[in-house]
Design a protein around this ligand. Sequence first.
Ligand SMILES: [Zn+2]
Length: 142
Amino acid sequence: MHAIRGDAHEEIRAHFGSLEAWQAIGDWSTFDVPQPSRVPSLLDHGYDEDLPATAWDADLYRDAADFRGGGLITGDVTRGDIATPLAWTCAHGHIFAASLRLGLTAGHWCPECVRDSANYEAQAEGNALLAQLFSSGAPAML
Ligand SMILES: [Zn+2]
């Protein structure tokens, strides 16, 4: 509100997008309270989660990366080694290192893309894992 009162256009743009966007917000009578689904659902992580980590192999790693719109760069991988960092690429071409424990069991992915939360929905276009969060009703469990 300080930005609005002070007619600080750059701050208004940072907070609301524009003065017109702020003016279009309306009041409580026009506010629709979000109603997320109360039905728990599980995400598809792009690999067979019933397999024990000791059975994971390069094909599973590649499938999981492909599901996220990226790829596995490291060529020589050890079956079941979930601790050693591997090289990956995301759907936007960023290259990063992550162990399987970090990427598959903990759910982390590209450290560059994760910082760009304003564009998660656009990132979801190339990332089937993320796209599940933008389908009807956000899942209750990850
Ligand atoms: Zn990225």
